[in-house]
Design a protein around this ligand. Structure first.
Ligand code: GLN
Length: 532
């Protein structure tokens, strides 16, 4: 099959859920038996989001091959049930890094390097690379049409239609149709203007997907069709569904024939359709009667996007246990932790960096240990659980990680010699997938039902083996290891306390929930019932 390309741009405002929409288009096409791959292009100048604060960028998603990537890759993995890699996320920073390296090497001797054609050619090369092993490549452009940083990307995708032929390239524009309360009207003007901006560049969208809080009337659809020069059937409504129902979006888009329109435009003939399991999953939620509350005790609780994959993994675990999981964000720096945690069914202590909030996180681990609350510590969460155990059970006063106190008398979490030598920050942590061997009889082993697992990492510091013996003698269980490195710890005296150096949340999928999250939610239901 000739390779085909779909470009998804965003108009009017950011945060329209372009990632979810792109992922939804992906699953619709995949269900038709088509091989799909996805590329996220981020116009910012950072090489990757790895060095940005979660407050700037939301969660940093980690791929199997250790890319620190945009969180939209998480949606692609979860919706499409395929793995993303380094090549699936490109930034302006990466494009310029490559070009400037070539310039220094002398590859362009005699020439002036310009945005067109050098930058645009490199963008096109990245798109082509992702398309190597797929029939349709969906490319999502980050940001909003009109952003200065986005211009070279728009120019590159404009050229794509000429390069590849009109039947092989499709443009989808996701936009907002605001509802003006006082006029009781939906407004199409911002969409018209944003499509106008695209036209100035030479891109004519084939499909408009309209985010809206109210259903689009026939009249509104006709207006969008007329002013934006798309067929009326190609004006697709994407109504607000609420954070807990995002998996319904592909079905909502399919009901309006989005998949058929795409295939028609791209001249693809395909009949196979298999969304049975997905539909069943989405529908099953309607019958959930029970609710269980899980706390996420972190320091980025002001921005929900900071814990996107953890929240998703909890939703998946809810599907598996047939309950609605309610997430309670608890600020690790609050001084009412006891009150905040007293009614929840389970606690997650997530990953993080830097000293702020550490003592609060250690208190959370202590509270969960002493009160037998089901507990899942992730990365920094695991390190805090170890510090807490060392301090309060093993009597190692002022035990700490050298990340927070280089002078601590008990560095129970420390850098390995290899990491100590590294001075630069970008892309230098232990990143990506590593194997781990679990010990039989542990909670982790019983959850995974397997001895050999593989999980994704993003951290610099490690459990310090110098203290292993002492901690184990007091009741810490080493449940999983990789090459002598401690990957999972548990507490002998606790019904469900699992803390992992890796990030299990990145591998959870709606139809294949992660065993640890599944286990945590199951235990939280029992814990909540027991308390009643
Ligand atoms: N800051 C810790 C480290 O670098 C934990 C990182 C994390 O939680 N992802 O090891």
């Amino acid at each position: 099959m000739t390779k085909k390309f779909i470009f998804v741009t965003g108009g009017v405002v950011s945060s329209l859920g372009k990632g979810i929409t792109t992922a939804s288009i992906g699953i619709l096409l995949k269900s038709k038996g088509i091989k799909v791959n996805v590329l996220k292009m981020d116009p910012y100048l950072n090489v990757d989001p790895g060095t940005m604060s979660p407050y700037q960028h939301g969660e940093v998603f980690v791929t199997e091959d250790g890319a620190e990537a945009d969180l939209d890759l998480g949606y692609y993995e979860r919706f499409l049930d395929i793995n993303m890699y380094k090549k699936n996320n490109v930034t302006t920073g990466q494009i310029y890094e490559t070009i400037l390296m070539r310039e220094r090497r002398g590859d362009y001797l005699g020439k002036t390097i310009q945005v067109i054609p050098h930058v645009t050619n490199e963008i096109k090369a990245r798109i082509s690379k992702v398309s190597e092993d797929s029939d349709i490549t969906i490319v999502e452009l980050g940001g909003t049409v009109g952003d200065i940083e986005g211009l070279p990307f728009l120019e590159a995708i404009r050229q794509f239609k000429i390069d590849k032929g009109r039947d092989n390239v499709l443009y989808i524009h996701l936009t907002l149709i605001p509802y003006i309360q006082t006029a009781e009207e939906l407004k199409t003007k911002p969409t018209q203007q944003s499509v106008g901006k695209l036209r100035e560049i030479g891109i004519e969208p084939d499909i408009i997907i309209a985010r809206t809080e109210k259903p689009l009337t026939n009249e509104i659809k006709s207006k969008i069709s007329l002013f934006c020069n798309v067929k009326k059937e190609a004006v697709i409504e994407e109504i607000d569904v609420g954070a807990g129902n995002i998996y319904a979006i592909p079905l909502i888009l399919r009901e309006q024939g989005l998949d058929k329109i795409i295939l028609r435009c791209l001249k693809i003939f395909s009949k196979k359709q298999d969304m049975h399991n997905w539909k069943k999953l989405v529908e099953s939620k309607k019958s959930f009667k029970k609710k269980v509350e899980i706390a996420i005790a972190g320091k980025y609780t002001g921005l929900k996007d900071a814990y996107k994959s953890i929240c998703s993994a909890l939703v998946h675990a809810g599907f598996a246990n047939k309950v609605n999981v309610k997430i309670k964000y608890v600020d690790a720096e609050s001084n009412s932790l006891g009150d905040d945690l007293k009614d929840v069914g389970g606690v997650i202590l997530p990953g993080g960096f830097g000293e702020r909030g550490i003592e609060g996180k250690i208190d959370v681990a202590k509270y969960a240990r002493e009160n037998n609350i089901p507990f899942l510590g992730i990365c920094l969460g695991m390190q805090c659980a170890v510090i807490e155990f060392a301090r309060n059970v093993c009597g190692m006063k002022n035990a700490n990680s050298t990340e927070f106190n280089p002078e601590t008398p008990y560095p129970v979490i420390d850098l390995l010699p290899l990491q100590r030598k590294i001075k630069t920050k970008g892309g230098t942590m232990r990143l990506g997938s590593y194997p781990c061997v679990l010990s039989e009889g542990t909670t982790a082993y019983n959850s995974y039902k397997s001895k050999k697992i593989s999980e994704r990492h993003r951290h610099r510091y490690e459990f310090n083996n110098k203290y292993k013996k002492k901690l184990v003698s007091k009741g810490l269980l080493i449940a999983g290891q990789y090459n002598g490195l401690v990957e999972v710890v548990e507490l002998k005296e606790h019904p469900w306390f699992v803390a992992t150096q890796y990030h299990p949340e990145f591998k959870s999928r709606p139809l294949n929930p992660h065993p640890l999250f599944k286990g945590l939610v199951k235990e939280a239901i029992e814990y909540t019932n027991g308390r009643k």
